[in-house]
Design a protein around this ligand. Sequence first.
Ligand code: NAD
Length: 357
Amino acid sequence: MLPFESVCALGHEQVVYCHDAESGLRAIIAIHDSSLGPALGGCRLYDYATEADALKDVLRLSRGMTYKAAVAGLDLGGGKSVIIGDRSIKSEALFRAFGRFIDSLGGRYITAEDMNTNVTDMDTIRRETRWVTGVNVQAGGSGDPSPVTAWGVFHGIKAALEVVYGTSEVGGRTVAIQGLGNVGYWLARYLREEGANLVFTDIDRSRIDRAITELGGSFVEGDQWYETQCDVLAPCAIGGIINSRTIPRVRAPIIAGGANNVLEDEIADSERLAEQNITYAPDYVINAGGLMSVYAELHQLPHQKAMDDARGIFDTVKNVLGKAQAEGTSSIEASNRIAQERIAAVRSTKRLWTGRV
Ligand code: NAD
């Protein structure tokens, strides 16, 4: 597909290629849809095999952000950026150059952390532009959004339990968590506090040992996680893990976790899950707590507001799962429709206010 065709295919508004010879910066910023507000989404640093892969990733991720913000009820559009390269290219000059490109968009795109970027990188970008979130707490930022993300996932799991078992009670339920990083570890803590039994897996054994020492529970070796006899499989590591090969192995009645892009093929895999009577809490619905955290930072709202919004993911997940049941569709189709309807509704009111056709 030619670049312009791929940009149009998913309905993007604007895609910006950024190059700075001195620092070696090669980046792409994608603004998918700004109907609801400025396009906010993290900056991913990744050593893409080809430039086409980088474009594909930023287009897909930015569209996901549009839907995430829309269903979360935030006044944000969807955007994302990718910097091409591995961690060795990180420098003050590179992130400052990137910050100047973001600044040139005048607030249409706002960045934050993503894979391989962190609070320190956001602090560097902040020296060139105010259109950055996830900066450190001392500088007035909200810092790492992961605990808020995990808080939202925790409440999303409770909602899924209520839909499947008729009660949101976590005590005595077994949750198998894949990935004990920033999100998975905090999720495990919240679950344990309410008496859940925990099963862990991670490619990093030291993270499993720490979780078991602090929280109790047991572990399974990598691939066995899919077959864990439990109430909830909570993917909190990487994307694409739920697919045609793994779905037949799943024993749990619920899949609900913090990872992005959990389904390899959004439509086909959500249908497979529905056929197997597995309830799936759409990733971008249940993991929106991080976005709520940086939204609060953007509007200088108290941290507690983000935690309260993340708690509200309980109602959102229940609403999505209820709509899917009522309409006989998959949960992802139901949430996509909620997002599309909100965007269309807000667009139509803008027309009234401004008189634009
Ligand atoms: P992280 O890098 O801190 O943790 C990921 C963990 O997963 C690590 O412990 C790693 O060892 C483990 N892991 C990696 N590959 C694995 C595999 N194949 N099997 C088992 N374990 C594996 O990342 P994070 O910030 O906790 O994010 C986790 C997921 O949640 C990602 O998909 C991320 O995109 C998504 N997410 C994070 C946030 C946030 O606020 N951090 C917000 C929304 C979505």
